[in-house]
Design a protein. Structure first.
Length: 281
């Protein structure tokens, strides 16, 4: 028996790179899959690979920036498999430029694929999951969304936005037995390879796992073994795993009367700024 036997899963952006490995890993564990991508030839290739594993699969080509495509992803899963258990919002692109050199188009294209697309898919999946009595929505985020990254204002904004969608979905959808989580996969991919090349180090030396190994983290997160998780962000590189804590207050000061500017000056003069660039080991 596979860990995902009986699971009906939609994975966006699953025609190449890490998304392809997500799909293959889920198929190997028994999931029925709806796969997606904009390159129809590449998508057909993944479809054939999954078919060879003996797992039910249907391909829905198109961009997640289009509402009709997102509706088709969920509707196809429901029509072909009788429902949808897991929606994985993985599709993404990069258009890296430093902030002052980034064009309107660079920003808008990345936001459209990496944030608008997951919103559309999350909304459509939530409606179907509410009607069937539950489900699980997984947002694929990144270090950029949690920590920021040089040259990725657009990508960081989108991936941070996914965390906002996830936290809000927890509040709105939990009553319908729909869980919402996120995953930061630390993998060697088409997107991360240029960074690895510039560093002149191996992927492993930089902490990037091989995509087939990192994909096992998604399998676990999508399985019933992770059923207690809701509103969590899992990071996994094949050798290290952790859960990220959401933003919390530090240096809390409370008074009975309004705090004056002079008191603010005095209070914060004694404190060191909180470090923000940390992976917490």
């Amino acid at each position: 028996m596979g860990r995902l036997d009986g699971k009906r899963i939609v994975i966006t952006g699953s025609s190449r790179s890490l998304g392809r490995h997500f799909a293959l890993a889920c198929a190997a564990e028994g999931a029925s899959l709806i796969i997606n991508g904009t390159n129809e030839a590449a998508l057909a290739g993944v479809h054939d690979e999954i078919t060879a594993l003996g797992t039910p699969v249907h391909a829905v080509p198109g961009s997640v920036t289009e509402s009709d495509v997102c509706s088709a992803l969920v509707d196809t899963c429901v029509d072909k498999f009788g429902g949808i258990d897991v929606m994985v919002n993985n599709a993404g692109i990069v258009r890296d430029r430093t902030l002052m050199k980034m064009s309107d188009e660079d920003f808008d294209e990345v936001i459209a694929v990496n944030l608008r697309g997951p919103f559309l898919c999350t909304r459509q999946a939530a409606v179907a999951m509410r009607e069937q009595g539950g489900g699980h929505i997984i947002q694929i985020t990144s270090a950029s969304g949690l920590l920021g990254n040089f040259g990725q204002t657009n990508y960081a904004a989108a991936k941070a936005g996914l965390m906002g969608i996830m936290y809000t979905a927890v509040k709105e959808l939990e009553r319908y037995h729909i869980r919402s989580n996120a995953m930061w996969p630390v993998a060697r991919t088409d997107m991360t390879q240029p960074l690895i090349d510039r560093a002149e180090k191996t992927a492993a030396e930089l902490g990037f796992g091989e995509p087939e190994d990192v994909a096992q983290g998604l399998v676990w997160l999508a399985s019933d073994a992770a059923a207690k998780l809701n509103g969590q962000c899992l990071t996994f590189n094949g050798l290290k795993t952790a859960l990220w804590r959401g933003p919390t207050e530090e240096y809390v000061k409370r008074e009975q009367q309004p705090i004056s500017i002079e008191e603010l000056e005095s209070y914060y003069a004694e404190l060191e700024p909180i470090p923000i660039y940390s992976t917490r080991g």
